[in-house]
Design a protein around this ligand. Sequence first.
Ligand SMILES: *Cc1c(COP(=O)(O)O)cnc(C)c1O
Length: 219
Amino acid sequence: MEIEARLLDVTQRIEAVAEKAGRKAGSVSLVAVSKTFDGDAIQPVIDCGQRTFGENRVQEAQGKWPALKEKTAGIELHLIGPLQSNKAADAVALFDVIETVDREKIAKALAEEVKKQGRALRFYVQVNTGLEPQKAGIDPRETVAFVAMCRDELALNVEGLMCIPPADENPGPHFALLAKLAGECGLEKLSMGMSGDFETAVEFGATSVRVGSAIFGTR
Ligand SMILES: *Cc1c(COP(=O)(O)O)cnc(C)c1O
């Protein structure tokens, strides 16, 4: 399948499962994850009308997105990988949405940069739903207090929660937990679901799915 056909297939599968789950048409947005792919691979996806993309490394994104953005208006870039505070300034300058806020130090660094640069970013708090020691994300039990701190003390524009379930587990319970926590936080956005499980995520209420290999091919 060509990249255009794969993109169409993914968007049709999202719409089909959303409709079946009684969700409104257009209520799930697609973040096309373009990490490891260069501008030549990404441009055809932009040409198909896709405008929202996800990258997991600040430096890699800096290398390819300024040129792509210059050619097409309305690109929205999401950072979906872990962020070090020494990269906060670069991340705030390039990205529109940062999905991986997961500790106080990075939240503070981001808040400072948003103020300094005067950019209006949106943020997600990443939750480590599987309590995996090697994985980023806040402990589910600390999520409500952490989100409150980010919003009330740091004035970060937190709009939702994000998770990456353990690779070897049924993702459903993790998606359900993220949805429950978002409710407790008063947040409406849920970033969950990747190539292997985005249909399940939509059933559990995902408002955006992050799909890479199903569109761009294997990395
Ligand atoms: C790479 C990545 C994805 C996309 O994964 P695929 O399996 O290629 O769809 C989604 N979310 C995060 C955080 C990622 O790092």
